[in-house]
Design a protein around this ligand. Structure first.
Ligand SMILES: Nc1ncnc2c1ncn2[C@@H]1O[C@H](COP(=O)(O)OP(=O)(O)OP(=O)(O)O)[C@@H](O)[C@H]1O
Ligand SMILES: [Mg+2]
Length: 281
């Protein structure tokens, strides 16, 4: 529960997205999803492939305009904020990091340049801004001048993280940031995120379909299936002692992909809801 001392940093109320094209056209791919996370909290969204996790994150930062519900940042409806301000304050790191043309420093300084907070061209001043960000994500200073298209997957994901941090976000949405990496690179990014969570008051929403990762990361979380919240609560407890059969199936690796119409008429498990989650122990 939140209280005056721990108001929600980010609150999502009954968010809904209807598919406007493709096989899902007309269906709710995100359906009445609610959760909140307090400042400094780590909230994990788990769910099988195609359950709407990426769509949910995109709707939070209005890369997709939600069809229903509200998103509040510090209690304020994000539709009242200019989109540029929303996306500076709430960063999104994508599943597959896309590097822009140019150097690593060009990529890292993309946001500050848009806001004219840093020099247009590479030089000592730009380097001085880029290097500390690279160091925060565990990359050496000489990466600043490297062409971004020469990076490995793990390095590119670190640069994507540095690019998000360059905006001094308050909330970071991470969409399966390690899913395209090998186990070692994946574990390193995970450790880096854990260190960031420990050393800053950044608020995280972490999406993963990896059960082991969900158990390691995040103090609270929810299971999304076919766009709907099946269950939410503390982690790893919710996965160890699920209230819902679908959570049990997911937690034992037996729930994958879309499950047809099975969930459409089901209600979330008793007790599931934003009041039961989002608080730190
Ligand atoms: N813009 C769109 N228009 C129509 N359908 C979409 C759109 N984006 C996603 N979908 C569909 O919505 C569903 C949810 O997709 P989404 O990418 O959010 O799932 P996901 O949980 O992130 O999956 P994964 O774990 O594979 O990344 C899928 O069935 C997908 O095909
Ligand atoms: Mg996704």
């Amino acid at each position: 529960m939140t209280d005056d001392a721990h108001p929600p940093k980010l609150a999502v109320h009954e968010l809904g997205v209807v598919a406007r094209r493709g096989a899902e056209e007309g269906q709710r791919i995100v359906d009445a999803v609610s959760f909140f996370v307090i400042q400094g909290g780590v909230f994990t969204v788990v769910g099988p492939s195609g359950s709407g996790k990426s769509t949910l994150l995109r709707a939070v930062v209005r890369l997709i305009e939600p069809d229903a519900g509200r998103v509040l940042l510090d209690g304020r409806d994000v539709t009242a904020l200019p989109v540029a301000e929303l996306r500076r304050r709430v960063g999104l790191v994508f599943q597959r990091p896309a590097m822009f043309e140019g150097t690593v420093a060009d990529n890292v300084l993309y946001g500050p340049r848009l806001r004219r907070e840093c020099p247009e061209r590479d030089g000592p001043e730009a380097r001085d801004l880029a290097v500390p960000l690279l160091e925060r994500v565990g990359l050496p200073a000489d990466f600043a001048g490297k062409p971004a298209d020469e990076l490995s997957g793990g390095e590119a994901q670190r640069v994507a993280l540095a690019r998000a941090l360059a905006n001094r976000p308050e909330v970071l949405l991470l969409d399966e940031p390690t899913s395209s990496l090998d186990p070692t690179a994946s574990r390193r990014i995970e450790e880096l995120l854990a260190a960031l969570a420990e050393s800053t008051d950044l608020t995280f929403v972490f999406v993963t379909h990896d059960l082991h990762q969900a158990r390691r990361i995040g103090d609270h979380g929810l299971l999304l299936v076919e766009g709907r919240v099946v269950e939410q609560g503390r982690l790893p407890g919710m996965l160890d002692d699920p209230a819902h059969d679908l959570t049990r199936l997911f937690a034992t690796g037996r729930l994958s992909g879309r499950t047809g119409e099975s969930l459409r008429d089901e209600r979330p498990a008793a007790g599931a809801g934003p009041d039961d989650t989002g608080t730190l122990p």
